[in-house]
Write a protein that binds this ligand. Sequence first.
Ligand SMILES: C[S@@+](CC[C@H](N)C(=O)[O-])C[C@H]1O[C@@H](n2cnc3c(N)ncnc32)[C@H](O)[C@@H]1O
Length: 223
Amino acid sequence: MGSKNKLKRFKENATFKNVIQPAREEVGQNMFPLKGQWKDFFGNDNPIVVELGCGKGEYTVGLARQNPQKNFIGIDIKGARFWRGAKTALEENLPNVAFLRTQIELIDQLFEENEVSEIWITFPDPQIKYKRTKHRLTNHGFLERYRYVLKKDGVIHLKTDSEFMHGYTLGLLHGLGLEVRYANHDVYKNEGSPREVLEIQTFYERQYLEKGKPITYIQFKVS
Ligand SMILES: C[S@@+](CC[C@H](N)C(=O)[O-])C[C@H]1O[C@@H](n2cnc3c(N)ncnc32)[C@H](O)[C@@H]1O
């Protein structure tokens, strides 16, 4: 995408009422005003579902269409990407969608303990190199942060093309004695995945499907 187009999207994001772009310091110093107060933003106390590394926000918007009784928040550091989802949500008058431009590492400063009902992690960079382990979105440190923000019965969904990420996450969950509610290593071949796993496809996912890669899915709990 050209830099002119990006600039245009950044400008539009600033005018979108469903886009929140907090300063890093504000969040980092635990001064983010919506932490524990998301009900004020949405005007209701409905369950909150968060998509991490949402890209264009296909899951945030797709799930919001299917579940008007829940609120959906897509998080990504790249505003020019989620501009697409934010614009679609505005065009479709979806009141239950928000996009948050910030770092996933700050999740426990964006949400209060027990404030989130579900987390979706969609096609994250698997960070295969050992030195990159700390950036892998299902490493132990991230799971601890997810445990903090999730309700006790909260669920995490991981959809990825990466066999490495799929296996790594299953192994870690097993080692930690955490509950795997469902796992499928080729969702379009092996029946049984929840309908939203099959019905909603992301930008990255479509590219992997064109290359004939199997798509995997895990649904698990961290407490
Ligand atoms: C491989 S893309 C997948 C995007 C989308 N989920 C999809 O399937 O099309 C990973 C996304 O995660 C975002 N991301 C990666 N690490 C992040 C971090 N630490 N904080 C916020 N966003 C991050 C990137 O900006 C990118 O949009």
